[in-house]
Design a binder for this molecule. Structure first.
Ligand code: GLU
Length: 310
């Protein structure tokens, strides 16, 4: 067999990663960890890294937080090659793609309130996720008036299996029909839902590697399904272990001592990166280091899959 590695390499698309924070608060150590690992992964493969501000929730997003996030990223040494893009400015684009789904009968209006949805929940069903039972799925048109959310139909029973290979956690198979249910692509108040915006943006921005916390692992099958319905090739997903405190509890946004305001007051950026790099298996101790000095030796197989204590 003749192998022509130059030719193979030329066929590999250049890696394009991204960091996609929601400006709903100051960055905390968990966000810094996602930024660090997605940046290292892209840079270590000779790729580029894009910044997208996910400010689609008008009630919770604030411009000042976005400015602080960008200032924190600069301070940490994570410079982006493209962006920032602002999701709040991309409504017309999301509308176009929603229209495509609507025309193919893949969406429907949903008038349910949160209370209606909770009332139809069977007990024990959750890992915290609410599986919508399809109450509004087959309503005759024109029967209801008033504000409606828009839901995406998942396939019928037996046809909703999505298998994907996470770059860090291996193969997962999720049944969209029973484990996810029809999901919201536009909220009742008109705000775009994360799932639609993220899929459209990752595709249109040419993102081929998504690195983020494993709390979003189970969003991947929905995103893969939605991407396929829109004719996009889904990106490669690589999920990260979560950061925990010494009691083993996941770091919470509410813990102000872990947000960048407090971290910047007490530590240098080299100390913060050193601590995270050590937790991530990228250096033997937590001695101070610059992010750029970790690029050369970065490898995913050094990063543990178990959640990390910091
Ligand atoms: N905007 C999301 C967040 O800040 C991240 C979305 C993603 O990485 O897919 O939690």
């Amino acid at each position: 067999m003749i192998e022509n590695t130059d030719y193979t390499e030329a066929l590999q698309p250049k890696v394009k990663g991204r960091f996609a924070p929601s400006p709903t608060g100051r960055m905390h150590l968990g966000n810094v960890f996602s930024a660090l690992l997605s940046w290292l992964s892209a840079k270590s493969q000779g790729g580029t890294w894009l910044l997208r501000i996910e400010d689609i929730d008008p009630q919770r997003s604030h411009r000042e937080y976005a400015e602080l996030i960008m200032d924190d990223l600069h301070w940490l040494g994570f410079d982006w090659d493209e962006g920032p893009y602002w999701q709040s400015e991309r409504g017309a684009i999301y509308e176009r793609y929603l229209q495509q789904l609507r025309e193919r009968g893949l969406t429907y209006p949903c008038y349910c309130t949160r209370a209606d949805i909770m009332a139809t929940q069977a007990p024990h069903e959750s890992d915290g996720r609410v599986v919508y039972k399809g109450t509004c799925r087959n309503l005759p048109p024109g029967l209801h008036a008033g504000l409606a959310a828009i839901r995406m139909r998942v396939p019928d029973e037996g046809e909703g299996l999505v298998t994907f290979s996470d770059g860090h956690y291996g193969t997962h198979t999720v049944d969209l029909t029973t484990q996810c249910g029809d999901f919201i692509v536009r909220r009742k108040d008109g705000a775009w839902a994360y799932q639609l915006a993220v899929v459209v943006d990752d595709a249109l921005m040419g993102i081929n590697e998504v690195v983020r916390g494993r709390d979003l692992l189970l969003s991947s099958p929905q995103q893969i399904y939605l991407a396929r319905q829109l004719g996009f090739a889904p990106p490669r997903f690589v999920h990260l272990p979560l950061l925990c405190n010494s009691a083993g509890q996941r770091l919470s946004k509410r813990d102000r001592s872990m947000d960048m305001e407090s971290l910047r007051a007490h530590y240098s950026r080299q100390e913060i990166i050193g601590k995270l790099a050590h937790a991530a298996g990228l250096q033997p101790d937590d001695s101070p280091v610059e992010a750029k000095d970790l690029v050369g030796d970065f490898a995913w197989n050094r990063v543990p899959t178990a959640d990390l204590q910091v």
